[in-house]
Design a protein around this ligand. Sequence first.
Ligand SMILES: [Zn+2]
Length: 284
Amino acid sequence: MADLFVCLTFDHDNTSSAISRNMLTPTALSRGDFGIAAAARILALLKAERIPTTWFIPGHTIDSYPGCVAAVHADGHEIGNHGWTHRVPSTLGPEGEEQELVRGNESITRLTGKPPKGYRSPAWDLSPHCIELLLKHGFVYDSSMMGHDYLPYQARNGDTVSLLEPMQFGPDTPLVEMPISWSLDDFPHFEYMRSDAGILPGNMNARLVIENFINEFRYMKKHYDWGILTYTFHPHVIGRGHRMFMLEHMIATLRAEGAQFVTMETAVAEYQRKHPAGLSLRPR
Ligand SMILES: [Zn+2]
């Protein structure tokens, strides 16, 4: 029987994402506050379905909403580093990035008693320094890159890139990459945003989005006998009533199709057992 794993992951940004974009008005902040009610709904669903998941939580959320994050931990879900302020690493410089990792880890360790195994970059944009910093601080995996859809791989470090020359690929590292995709993230499909960067229309029909999400699994099932598919949700986005129906339906459908729901930490261990030498994206 095929081993087809699914990681449901939740980026529990609450207000940190708005604050990091300098959106400080009460209404902007209230969109993050909705993460409190939403997280409670999601946790209840996951408990009823007995599904272990991974939550990437900025230190800002952990230190601002202690009851909310304590419930995530109490239900046995994995908690990963998502920075402290939710600022994008590639905008911070190496020292600023390291401060984010360290402060984020401190908040998580206060909550769970141990440092996290995994990292996910806010807004999915690693800097060229990130891989080295993650290894330095003992991370086992990252979940911010898009080089595959169903197979984890070893994160590469130190590519040499210039406009007019062929790429020179850096070596693979021990850091495991658990790839993600904007197409399997609830945020761009659903969240209406009006900011200096422009308008993100969002508000897509949940039934149509779920069709895409489920078909990603069906393609894996048709063409792979082993794989890991990762979905990314934000409590304050997926927690709306009509989208919760979508999440419920998706869980039931994937389960009926043979999906095994695991945390990212468990998925990484499965990958390391299946592929002890690691998979590489370095072109041959
Ligand atoms: Zn985030």
